[in-house]
Ligand binder design. Sequence first.
Ligand code: FPP
Length: 260
Amino acid sequence: MTNTVSPNTVSIDKPANLPRHLAIIMDGNGRWAKRRFLPRIMGHRQGAKTVKEIVTACRELGIPYLTLYAFSKENWSRPREEVQALMDLLYEYLQNEVDELLGNRIRLRAIGELDRLPERVRGLLFETMEKTSKNYEMQLVLALSYGSRSEIAEAARRIAERCIEGKLSPSEIDEALFASFLYTKDIPDPDLIIRTSGEHRLSNFLLFQAAYSEFYITDTLWPDFNKKELLKALHDFSGRERRFGKTSEQILLRCTGSES
Ligand code: FPP
C-alpha cells in the first residue's frame, strides 16, 4: 500500500530504484540563519544536525554510497571565523559520530586536499577513517577542501609524469584510466546529485564523475532538509528513465531482456 503525506503527496514508501551513489550539495545554511537573524554559524550547526539525519536515513534505506559536499576549496576564502567554526563543527561531528558509524557499519572516507585541513581535524579524520575502514554496509564520503577542477588537473599532472617516466604510454590513456587517477577511483559515479536551496550549479563538484548523474534541485534550505524531503527526491529519481545516450526503446528492450 502506498502511504502518502500531505501537502506534496510524497510517498513515504521506499522507492523502487534507489541510487547506488547519492551525492549532495548542501547549500543554504547561511540563508537559514539570516532568516532567523542568527549568525551564519548557527545555520551550519543546524546543517550538521541534518547531516546526521540524512546519513541515518540513507543507511536505513540501503544506499551504499553517500557523498556530502561539506567544504569546498573555495570555502577557504570565507571569513576566518566562519572557516574556523566549520572546522570545529567537523571535529565535533567526527568526535560524536564515530560510535554511530561503527554501530551502523558505515565506512567514513574523505576526498579533497586533506593536507590543508588543520592538524587536529586531519588527525581525527584519519583516525575515524582507519577505525571504520573495515565497514562495508555503507560508505560515507565527505568532500573536504574539495575542488573538482584541481582534482582533474592533478590527475592530468600525475598521468603526464607516468608517461615521462615511461611507466605509461599515451595510447593507454582512456576514460577509465583517467578516472583511476581521481580521488573517487574506487567509488562509482553519482547516480543522483541533490542540491538544496534552489541554485542550479555544480559549484566545482564532481565535474568528471557527474557526466550521467541525474539532478534534483529543491528550494528547501539544507538545515530544513529532512528524511521526508530526501524520500521526495528519491521517488523523483526512481521514476526517471536513464538512457545514457541510448533511445527509450533500447532501454526497454534491455529491461525485458530481449536486446540482441
Ligand atoms: C553551504 O551553505 C554550506 C557549507 C559551505 C558548509 C556545509 C557544512 C555543514 C552542513 C555542516 C558541517 C558538516 C559536517 C559534515 C559535519 P552556505 O553557507 O553557502 O549557505 P548560503 O548560500 O545560504 O550562504
